[in-house]
Design a protein around this ligand. Sequence first.
Ligand code: AMP
Length: 407
Amino acid sequence: MTENRSLVLVINCGSSSLKFALFPAGDQTPLMSGLAECLGETDARITAKIDGDKKTESLNGEGHAAALDVLLRVLAEHGWLAGVKAVGHRMVHGGEAFKASVVVNEKILSEIEAHNHLAPLHNPANLLGIRTAIAKMPTIPQVVVFDTAFHQTMPASAYLYALPMEYYREQGVRRYGFHGTSHRFVAEEAVSLLKLKPADHGIVIAHLGNGGSATAVLNGKSVDTTMGLTPLEGLVMGTRSGDVDPGAVVHLARAYGWDVNQIDTVLNKKSGLLGISELSNDMRTIESAAAEGHDGAQKALDVFVHRLARHIGGLATSLPRLDAVVFTGGIGENSSLVRKMTIERLKVFGIVLDDAANEATIRGKAGVISKGAGPVAAVIPTNEEWMIARDAGELAGLGGSKGAARA
Ligand code: AMP
């Protein structure tokens, strides 16, 4: 059956993976989503989920172009291909040049390429996805949505490091922040869920997934966030350390004779929940092991929560008033324990947990999990893919996208 509605394809391309989702313009529920993984390796495969039904097929060791060929074939088989009127791409780093999403052309692509040094692992992979999609769908508008764009409203006091200014001028070394698409989505949803005044509110959003960041949002704009030049700064994450005394890194590098790649691996891949627990990077495993008395898991949980609460408190100082703390991401949406432990540490703000509401607000549910007259604590499931689809639809001139989302 041919689909009459305009459709938007969302592509999030990594170095060996390609995530995708297909949305009718203006509709938050995807018709299809999926993942191509292990691209370029012998077990390269693509899995598409349609109506809860998952199908996987081998890509015979091929890469991104083959994955996109299969994706386009699946779209055609379902009568969706002709309806695709825009493609939205996730781009990790837009530096200071990109403050909003844009339609791609050659000039924009070279400007993005000029930022590759800021995200050497992510941006080239994202660009590969765009170039491949342009080659396969040359007449469809391609839109780039940046993880960093939402945080471009941060003031210099929040984004500058106290390093010699020449490194900012010459290398662009400053705080940029990430997860911007998620923070932007949740910030908008919070206004309607919590009936906040659009031009008079202050909230802190904690996006807690395998990577995690928290953001202070003043009247819909990011004014401070925990991630920095790279996604390594700030909260304790699955395998990333978050904040560490840079002196500790210098000390270890001297003690063990590490080069920069070894430092990078330790801080990004071996630290965080995994590093402290010596067990797992996965919060579910950490929680159940801690409940069974695993000392490392308990320490990992405690440090995670301590750091999170401390950052939420710090971010609140960028707001004239704290109206709400909102949790999102895999941990934020599902771990009533992490939320409870965190809110217990936020007593100074007058937030009081509603235990029953906290326990009940899991698995994709949104709602308030606090009681009393103080600031509200709430859970709002994120939907980054939809935000990318919405931006792509709007910039491609597909009617109804924004209106439908905000209705
Ligand atoms: P994300 O990167 O947003 O998919 O989030 C992944 C993280 O969410 C992992 O640490 C998971 O262990 C965690 N997570 C998912 N479900 C739960 C749950 N029910 N309880 C605790 N953590 C969870």
